[in-house]
Design a protein around this ligand. Structure first.
Ligand SMILES: [Zn+2]
Length: 498
């Protein structure tokens, strides 16, 4: 049996100005053909390879790429991916295809690139050869995607710690389908709400608990093969955005529909809790942190989350810190390529005065002037060693190096501004792990305040229980009404009351 494997992962934020081209993917990784085998051990594609290699199937590697969340992609980039997929699959004539998609990629001419990719693949495969896709929990699942694929399998955890396992599951279902053991039937249910990412967590205590539990119960009693819940990434101004549930049954479409509706209804009943998020002004958050009996306190600068496509260059939190008598160790990260260049030119050990912030988003605010000493310069490569919760196999995949479990922030400078350790970075990149600060010799456990540009605390939960969500400039606000949504299908929570 010959099975084609690939992955194209990009989360678009349609509010962030600009367009991403192929360079935005290459910045992280873009692997073609046999290079896809470098993914062994990591991410969905690594999980897929593990299952297919164990089963002894012939693998046709297509391509694997993953860009950090960003803007819409160019039409040319989408076309390039389509041509690559189509030509490689046509040439290989596989018996089935398993592919990892984010599920929320939009181009300048297409609100649903993932649906387009799946439609293209279906056209080549015809109705009988199976196609299964894995998706991020934050996918914007569309009817086109459901119609094109035999099954869609999403992550079950947020923060996403089951990425590898999701790839394994998708590949296993494909293998079973090809063996004639199962006939996946996939149904989609929707509810008109887009909750902020702060309530998507599945680590306990939130509104996702009963939703995931209802899905697990249906699976346990054998009603369905799989249930996935998709509170989408919310900064996507496209029709049909909303809370989706996908159920995959064995051969019974009605059963899949019933199961998806049942889980979606559980989510709908929790809708009040899905929107209950406390967001503090930076001033209020800092005052509360300074008055807290113990630290560290994480100031989640969630409105400017690079993981959600915001550029990461706002200085709302830094500005508020500079206006206060902060004498405790405080860590802040801001993306500012010109400031990085200026500091590197001055050199380690030198004092500099630089303008910081809003080089990419002048429409959102103005820079502030800071004076400090250049303490350190690095290449900005942050590696997540053993604890590969961001896509690694946790040791269960095949051995070998795991080069994808890292973040590349570009040239990075540690500028000491009084008690504030200001980390200046060049590139987009997730800020979700304290390893970012450790890689510069800092000790997050000893800081009083740590500003983190992310929607959820991820690796910081191991550092402290004190997490405050902070308001500020950026394209990933929890309060969606802050952004000019125009094209979403109404009525929709939180824009309309229901
Ligand atoms: Zn996600």
């Amino acid at each position: 049996v010959r099975i084609a494997v690939g992955g194209i992962i990009q989360e678009s934020n349609t509010f962030t100005p600009g367009l991403m081209d192929l360079a935005g993917f290459r910045e992280n990784y873009l692997l073609l053909g046999d290079d896809v085998f470098q993914m062994r051990g990591v991410h969905e594609v690594g999980g897929m390879l593990a299952v297919l290699e164990d089963a002894g199937h012939e693998i046709v590697p297509l391509l694997a790429t993953h860009a950090i969340a960003g803007t819409r992609v160019t039409a040319e980039t989408e076309q390039w991916f389509r041509r690559e997929l189509v030509s490689r699959i046509e040439a290989a004539r596989p018996d089935g295809v398993v592919i990892a998609l984010m599920g929320a990629m939009a181009s300048e001419t297409d609100d649903d690139c993932d649906g387009t990719f799946l439609g293209d693949i279906r056209e080549i495969l015809g109705p009988d050869r199976p196609l299964i896709a894995s998706l991020d929990m934050h996918a914007h699942v569309t009817d086109r995607m459901v119609e094109a694929a035999d099954a869609l399998i999403g992550y079950k955890t947020c923060p996403h710690v089951d990425i590898f396992e999701t790839g394994e599951l998708a590949a296993r279902l494909l293998v079973r389908t090809l063996a004639g053991e199962i006939r996946p039937r996939t149904a989609l249910a929707r509810r008109p709400m887009v909750p902020p990412p702060q309530t998507h967590y599945t680590t306990g205590g939130g509104p996702m608990d009963p939703v995931m539990e209802s899905g697990r119960q249906l699976q346990e009693v054998g009603q369905v093969l799989d249930i996935s819940v998709f509170p989408p990434q919310p900064w996507l101004d496209v029709p049909d955005l909303g809370f989706k549930v996908v159920a995959v049954s064995d051969g019974d479409m009605d059963q899949a529909h019933r199961a998806a509706e049942q889980v979606a209804e559980t989510a709908w009943r929790e809708r009040r809790r899905f929107f209950a998020v406390e967001v503090l002004s930076p001033e209020r958050a800092i005052d509360r942190a300074l008055g807290a009996p113990e630290g560290p306190v994480v100031l989640m600068d969630c409105c400017d989350n690079p993981g959600g496509g915001s550029p990461g260059d706002s200085v709302s939190v830094l500005r508020a810190l500079m206006q206060r008598p902060v004498t405790h160790a405080t860590y802040v990260t801001v993306r500012d390529a010109p400031a990085v260049a200026h500091c590197i030119e001055a050199g380690v050990g030198r004092d500099v005065t630089v303008q910081v912030g809003h080089t990419l988003t002048p429409e959102l605010g103005s820079p502030i002037s800071v004076t400090g000493r250049v303490r350190r310069v690095s290449d900005g490569v942050v590696e997540y060693h053993g604890n590969l919760v961001y896509g690694g196999s946790g040791g269960r995949g095949r051995g070998g190096p795991q080069p994808m479990a890292r973040t590349v922030l570009g040239r990075t400078v540690l500028l000491q501004v009084g008690s504030i350790s200001l980390v200046l970075i060049e590139q987009r990149g997730q800020h979700f792990d304290p390893e970012l600060y450790r890689s510069l010799g800092l000790q997050p456990e000893r800081a009083r305040m740590i500003a983190v540009k992310s929607s959820s605390p991820y690796g910081y939960v191991a550092v402290t229980p004190h997490i405050y969500y902070v308001d500020g400039a950026g394209y990933t606000p929890p309060h969606l009404a802050r952004l000019p949504f125009r094209r979403v299908t109404r009525p929709l929570l939180p824009f309309d009351s229901m």
